[in-house]
Design a protein around this ligand. Structure first.
Ligand SMILES: Nc1ncnc2c1ncn2[C@@H]1O[C@H](COP(=O)(O)OP(=O)(O)OP(=O)(O)O)[C@@H](O)[C@H]1O
Length: 246
């Protein structure tokens, strides 16, 4: 039996001055699935994530997350609905410690009065500890984020999303610039994360894709070119022609 669908994208199109960056796309992501989106430069991968998180508004079509239509929601309400997005460049506060970065990301941590008035309760402390362990930074809690390695910064940013407990997490090239051991640790992290949430990853590193993907979606010119298990997608002649063969 297949798992229930968490995200249902239907006939999604966005047009920039007549150019369709995403063109009539249908895509369904199950609960607890790791879906990797691949495809050549300009295929529409980043635009797809921009549409889901509300950064870009669709020209037509629908994005349903559980029972909520996301195309009608503002970006902050999409976050509140349970969709977290990590961009390619880390957006951590380099002059704050790992602990402070995580505390700030705790829901309600960034109040209208700023972090100064935020009360760090035992509940917040234990959640910060739990997340720090999950992202391999438990022994770095009091280190300034700016002193972390590139890979550790990426993990911290994933942790800042995890502390908000999203049901859907979207990551744009999470292992770019990471060492081999950091890539392996990240694959392990994503496998653990997806035990109780869905993850959409854009990635060009095929070894990493093979390691983590439950299913792969291949985009080309804004359209779906192929979809399925990595083993099958890799053998697909159209995919080899436009992407993997290059
Ligand atoms: N705001 C915008 N206005 C105009 N064109 C845009 C806009 N955003 C994206 N595009 C165009 O849409 C196409 C798809 O871009 P997108 O960044 O989604 O591709 P991608 O698959 O993520 O590529 P890459 O692998 O290089 O990151 C590109 O041709 C890009 O120039």
């Amino acid at each position: 039996m297949r798992a229930p669908i968490l995200l249902a994208i239907e006939d999604l199109t966005v047009s920039f001055d007549g150019f369709k960056a995403v063109d009539g796309l249908n895509l369904y992501v199950e609960r607890n699935e790791v879906r990797v989106v691949i495809g050549p430069n300009g295929a529409g991968k980043t635009t797809l994530l921009d549409l889901i998180c509300g950064k870009t508004k669709a020209t037509s079509g629908s994005i349903r997350f559980r029972d909520t239509e996301l195309t009608k929601l503002a970006e902050n309400n999409i976050v509140k609905a349970g969709v977290g997005r990590k961009f390619q460049t880390p957006s951590i506060y380099e002059n704050l410690t790992v602990r402070e970065n995580l505390q700030l990301s705790y829901p309600g941590g960034r109040s209208v009065f700023g972090s100064l008035f935020f009360k760090v309760t035992d509940k917040v402390q234990s959640r910060v500890q739990e997340i720090a362990e999950e992202i391999f930074l438990a022994d770095r809690l009091d280190t300034s984020a700016g002193l972390l390695s590139h890979g550790q910064k990426q993990w911290l940013e994933i942790g800042m999303l995890l502390i908000q407990d999203p049901e859907l997490l979207m990551l744009d090239e999470p292992v770019a610039g990471m060492s081999v051991s950091e890539r392996e640790a990240t694959a392990d992290l994503l496998r653990r994360i997806s035990k109780n949430r869905s993850v959409i990853v854009i990635e060009h590193d095929m070894d990493f894709v093979k390691d983590i993907a439950h299913r792969v979606t291949v985009l080309h010119q804004g359209k779906l070119l192929a979809e399925g298990k990595m083993d099958d997608v890799q053998k697909n002649e159209k995919v080899i022609e436009v992407y993997l063969g290059h």
